[in-house]
Design a protein around this ligand. Sequence first.
Ligand SMILES: C[S@@+](CC[C@H](N)C(=O)[O-])C[C@H]1O[C@@H](n2cnc3c(N)ncnc32)[C@H](O)[C@@H]1O
Length: 210
Amino acid sequence: MNLYERNQKQREFFNEKIDTYDDVHESFMETKKALVDNLDKDTNKILDLGAGTGLELIPLFEKYPNASVTVVDISEKMLEELSKRDFASNIKTICGDFFEVDFGNNYDAVISTSALHHFKPEEKNILYKKIYDSLKTGGMFLNCDKISFTIAEQNHSIYELDNNIDNYKHIDTPLTVETEVNILETQGFSDITSSEVDKSNYRLTKAFKK
Ligand SMILES: C[S@@+](CC[C@H](N)C(=O)[O-])C[C@H]1O[C@@H](n2cnc3c(N)ncnc32)[C@H](O)[C@@H]1O
């Protein structure tokens, strides 16, 4: 199964999860607030990759009520829920695959929470290049997401992905912080930091386009 087909499986997965999504994921609100707390105070034009129902956008619009946010998400059901939020009029939505759609450009920040841990290193290189190109000079990429603690763990999940392809629906392939940093540097990012956000396997990675 190629990347396009895997991403369509993700779309089905999230479309099916819509009735319970917010109840399950509201317990991760601290990680989403941590991301918002790390944005620069003059941030205005934002791209949110995989915003889903928009949980991270709740604290974001509390702090930045005039922000202009573009969302890319492959699940039309998740975006339907997002469109019911009271800040929906400040959002432009693009329903499609990260690897297929045009992100636009000149963003102050590209943000993402819990949405980018399904790609192999070679796929993330392509995605992070797209993110880099969409930022303005001085712009920031902030990603709060799952990581693997060891290379063995990372390689094991990629092996699972490659070898359970017939049953593929939703296999997590989080990369280690070292792999993430290496890919970000390769794609031109600078001043890269990674910090804990809670006691789980989530990390907040921050990187700049200089
Ligand atoms: C776990 S949810 C996270 C939603 C939200 N950011 C949050 O933290 O609650 C992951 C989201 O990423 C979207 N997604 C996954 N793979 C995608 C892809 N290849 N292109 C676009 N969206 C994708 C899913 O549809 C889903 O809405």
